[in-house]
Design a binder for this molecule. Structure first.
Ligand code: HEM
Length: 140
């Protein structure tokens, strides 16, 4: 990611923070519409999940400026996701629901540059998660 893209993601995320609750509702509504098969992986009550997702996104967004320290946490997140039953093919609908949510939440502030910057950030995070999930643990 370029420093300018990191700046665009961080600046636009600040505009999502005040509407985090709505953004989380939009996100899960959209995700379960485009990928109904993932609904059963989540608990019936999504309240805690919504808070965790927005908190993690906030951490990830802040961490883009110092990726080296963020990577181990994202790898661990990816390994936990494998335990939730998440497979590589599930990352695309989640990314698409995220971009859709940002478009709804940011309106005109969601310029093509902001969209590109978020798409790149999601690719960096999701690739790191997927790679960590498929790596074999080291033999003892
Ligand atoms: C950049 C991508 C993603 C981020 C930042 C993210 C973030 C999180 C966080 C913070 C949690 C809380 C539990 C934990 O920390 O281990 C979580 C749980 C979970 N995530 Fe993700 N996630 C991502 C991608 C996905 C994808 C692609 C799926 C596939 C459908 C998914 C499905 C789940 C499920 C099923 C849980 C557990 C729900 C539960 O039992 O409480 N996530 N995610």
């Amino acid at each position: 990611m370029t420093p300018q893209q990191i700046d665009l993601v961080q600046t636009s995320f600040k505009k999502v923070v005040p509407i985090a609750g709505t953004a989380a509702d939009l996100f899960y509504g959209r995700l379960f519409e485009i990928a109904p098969q993932v609904r059963s992986m989540f608990p019936d009550d999504l309240a805690d999940q919504k808070k965790k997702l927005m908190a993690m996104l906030g951490t990830a967004v802040a961490g883009l400026s110092h990726l080296d320290t963020l990577v181990p946490a994202v790898q661990a997140l990816g390994r936990r996701h494998a335990g939730y039953g998440v497979k590589a093919q599930h990352y695309a609908p989640v990314g698409s629901a995220l971009l859709w949510t940002l478009e709804k939440g940011l309106g005109e502030a969601f310029t093509p540059e902001v969209k590109d910057a978020w798409a790149t950030a999601y690719i960096v995070l999701s690739t790191t998660m997927m790679n960590a999930a498929t790596e074999k643990p080291m033999a003892a």
